[in-house]
Write a protein that binds this ligand. Structure first.
Ligand code: SF4
Ligand code: SF4
Length: 315
């Protein structure tokens, strides 16, 4: 899918309860200490390298894992919409236009090849999950991180969840792409302990080409969040041919320093999300993109260190 032609309008604001596609325990890279990651559905961006395509749409989706499929064809008879085409001995092909995500095939498949992605949770239901690892948060200064998708689209849910976390002594963090109105952050800031925010490109045209949106709002939010004094890390996905030139990294370092942020992490592109696109019956927009070399990553890191930033590479 081309970011320029995609229609990033599926995300719905103000949803309580929230649509969640994953809750991952014992995570180590998305905020301090040991964390529980809560992934919310819905994102206003369409980054061509996105490794969480199941987080882009707010609605529940059907996902198919081909290597679990035994080609029994039982799903075909279970589909009330005639959305599944199947030739004996082969894998089924699903017509997304016809599929209503009724989950008939999910129940019918004996191998679990189909699943629905996305389920509504209330803040209290998520708190119950998060509290299971309270002992680890205490011993590691960890907590809960909401991610996505773009979690701040559903900011009222997050404010409610984080207020509950505060009451229960659990530290909070957001992992955000920055592309929501500032008022969304204002609603969450009273209960927020850490911010991880992505910066993808400094040039408006290139940013639009790669993500489908202009970066001005993101840049404004980076500046405003830095002014709150809440501990903050800027994260940069390093995408070969998009934002991995030394010239761009110097521009980016200038912006970060000027915004008052002191810590930055580089995340080299990987193609681990590619299989999910197939499972969602979508083309992989980053087809053919190679990860940046270790040498290039070291070069970019040095530029950030030379700019006086606390910088590291996340792998
Ligand atoms: S989830 Fe979609 S493909 Fe599966 S049975 Fe329902 S309509 Fe058919
Ligand atoms: S901001 Fe994140 S979740 Fe949204 S499209 Fe880009 S990479 Fe995917």
């Amino acid at each position: 899918m081309d970011a320029k032609t995609a229609s990033p309008t599926d995300a719905v604001a103000d949803s309580t309860p929230a649509a969640i596609f994953n809750i991952e325990r014992h995570a180590l890279h998305d905020g301090p200490g040991i964390r529980t990651l809560v992934f919310l559905k819905g994102c206003p961006l369409r980054c061509f390298w996105c490794s969480n395509p199941e987080g882009q749409l707010r609605r529940t989706e059907l996902m198919f894992t081909a290597n679990k499929c035994g080609s029994s064809g039982r799903c075909v008879g279970a589909c009330p919409e005639d959305a599944i085409a199947w030739t004996p001995g082969e894998k089924p092909v699903i017509d997304r236009e016809l599929c209503t995500v009724c989950a008939g095939c999910v129940t019918a498949c004996p191998n679990g090849a189909f699943e629905t992605v996305g389920k509504d949770y209330t803040a209290r239901e998520v708190l119950a999950e998060v509290e299971k690892d309270y002992i680890f948060y205490r011993s590691s200064s960890g907590g809960v991180t909401v991610s996505g998708g773009e979690p701040m689209v559903q900011y009222k849910f997050i404010a409610e969840l984080f207020e509950l976390c505060r009451e229960h002594g659990i530290a909070t963090a957001i992992e955000t792409c920055g592309y929501v109105p500032w008022s969304h952050y204002e609603a969450v800031i009273p209960y927020l302990d850490h911010v991880l925010i992505d910066v993808k490109h400094t040039d408006p045209e290139v940013h639009y080409e790669g993500t489908g949106v202009d970066p001005a709002r993101i840049q404004d939010n980076v500046r405003c969040l830095a002014r709150t004094g809440i501990p903050m890390i800027v994260r940069v996905p390093v995408i070969t041919g998009f934002n991995d030139s030394p010239e761009h990294m110097r521009d980016l370092a200038d912006f970060i320093v000027d915004a008052g942020v002191t810590e930055i992490h580089l995340l080299p592109y990987h193609s681990l999300g590619e299989v999910k696109y197939a499972g969602l019956f979508r083309d992989y927009p980053a087809e053919g993109t190679r990860p940046p070399s270790a040498e290039r990553m070291r070069e970019l890191l040095q530029i950030l260190l030379d700019a006086g930033l606390t910088a590291s590479i996340e792998v």
